[in-house]
Design a protein around this ligand. Structure first.
Ligand SMILES: NC(=O)c1ccc[n+]([C@@H]2O[C@H](COP(=O)([O-])OP(=O)(O)OC[C@H]3O[C@@H](n4cnc5c(N)ncnc54)[C@H](O)[C@@H]3O)[C@@H](O)[C@H]2O)c1
Ligand SMILES: [Zn+2]
Length: 396
């Protein structure tokens, strides 16, 4: 007979941590008369400031390094210089940039109270953020996003990381930056395609959170596609604040559950980026993913076709793609390769497959399974729409 073991004592403690998520919008952040950064950082004996600058920004803004040096000359920090480093998605495909940043942090004796300021696009910030989050288990990290996408989405988020095992963001962590400083001036030196493409994350967040913002985007599609300054900056700000609102008030900032509304349209997007060896940008892949999941929402009876038509029209008005040939790629068993994105998405989130679909712009609904035949039909529709640029999407 087995003896009954007395239950082992159990001790549960609650760890409560409060994070401040500081987001600023400004112009010409390192101009002599702009007090923002100086006021934000606590100056102190021995506190150091290390600046990481993406090379494309250094090129587009040749006087920036000198300006930063002059800005910090008047402040009481141990200034550790501006370091120009590569950016773009390629820096997420291996750990070279992460290693470089670790080395700089070590060489310049950056401690947990000192500051790392990173200026660049979303990929640069993801990689430098990860290096900063993991050096000494986290040094104070300030993001200065420079692309539309990084200002209207990723820069105001609390995630960082690089790709691993051929999968997006496999290596990474949650790390609340010390501050996010969106300097609108940076937006206007990106090439037009990148500047426009980043608007897709604004379309996405409007669709899942704010129908009125979606209507605003539709009514300003022409201004946005022409990259008119005021429309672009308004859109970036509204999108950034919606993202931040979801992260800070949505109840799951570190994504412990399986629901991920801000990843609407991303299950196929991440797979497409991988299938194209990242030659398809994140933004373009998301445009396709948003079109696909909007159409799918109609085909499973959740949303009216008129809404999906408006979404797809907006994406096209913004001169973004709704189709890529890789969508037709099949494996040796004849299955669409993009469908593997569903399982990879589930694995990345953990738990049960949870995909957000739409009931109407501004209102999402989580589902736990996706019908692969219906996805194929939606892909057919998208291919035809892309060929004709418009199609009669009658809900047959
Ligand atoms: N961490 C998150 O929560 C999160 C969320 C969404 C997206 N992302 C990631 O963000 C990345 C995409 O970011 P992105 O769209 O900013 O692309 P990106 O960082 O690749 O930048 C695009 C190009 O623009 C150049 N560039 C950047 N700013 C410029 C400027 N002001 N002037 C001139 N050229 C400039 C860059 O050098 C690059 O060649 C992807 O890796 C995606 O996975 C992360
Ligand atoms: Zn995204």
């Amino acid at each position: 007979m087995q003896t009954q073991l007395a239950p082992m004592p159990r001790h549960d403690f609650q760890i409560t941590a409060v994070f401040k998520h500081r987001i600023f919008f400004t112009r010409d952040v390192f101009a002599a008369g702009n007090p923002l950064v100086g006021d934000l950082l606590t100056e102190g004996e021995g506190l150091r400031v290390l600046i990481l600058l993406e090379d494309s920004i250094a090129e587009a803004w040749p006087d920036l390094t000198g300006k930063i040096e002059r800005y910090f000359a008047d402040l009481h920090f141990r200034y550790c210089g501006v370091h120009i480093l590569p950016g773009g998605e390629v820096v997420k495909t291996d750990d070279d940039l992460v290693q470089n940043v670790w080395q700089l942090i070590e060489d310049h004796r950056i401690d947990r109270h000192s500051y790392v300021l990173a200026i660049g696009g979303g990929a640069f910030l993801d990689a430098t953020g990860f290096a900063s989050a993991t050096a000494h288990r986290g040094v104070r990290y300030l993001r200065f996003p420079t692309t539309t996408l990084s200002q209207d989405d990723s820069g105001v988020g609390v995630k960082c990381g690089i790709n691993g095992f051929g999968k997006k963001n496999w290596i990474g962590s949650f790390y609340v930056p010390f501050a996010v400083i969106n300097d609108y001036n940076f937006l206007h030196t990106q090439d037009e395609d990148t500047r426009r493409a980043g608007l897709i994350e604004a379309v996405k967040v409007a669709l899942v959170m704010d129908g009125e913002f979606f209507d605003w985007m539709v009514s300003h599609a022409d201004n946005l596609s022409k990259l008119e300054k005021e429309a672009l900056e308004t859109c970036v700000r509204r999108s950034a604040l919606l993202h931040a609102q979801h992260i800070t008030s949505g109840g799951d900032p570190f994504e412990t559950g399986s629901s991920r509304p801000l990843d609407f349209g991303h299950w196929s997007a991440h797979k497409l980026e991988q299938m194209t060896d990242f030659s398809l940008s994140h933004a373009h892949a998301v445009a396709i993913g948003v079109a696909l999941d909007s159409l799918y929402s109609v085909r499973v009876g959740l949303m009216e076709m008129a809404h999906a038509k408006r979404v797809i029209r907006l994406i096209q008005d913004l001169r973004l793609p709704i189709w890529h040939e890789a969508l037709w790629e099949r494996d040796e068993l004849g299955r669409l390769v993009v469908l593997q994105g569903l399982e990879e998405f589930r694995e990345h989130l953990g738990g049960r497959l949870t995909v957000l679909l739409l009931e109407h712009p501004g209102q999402g609904k989580n589902v736990h399974q996706m019908d692969t035949e219906i996805i194929e039909r939606c892909l057919d529709d998208l291919a035809q729409m892309d060929a004709k640029s418009s199609i009669d999407l009658s809900a047959d």
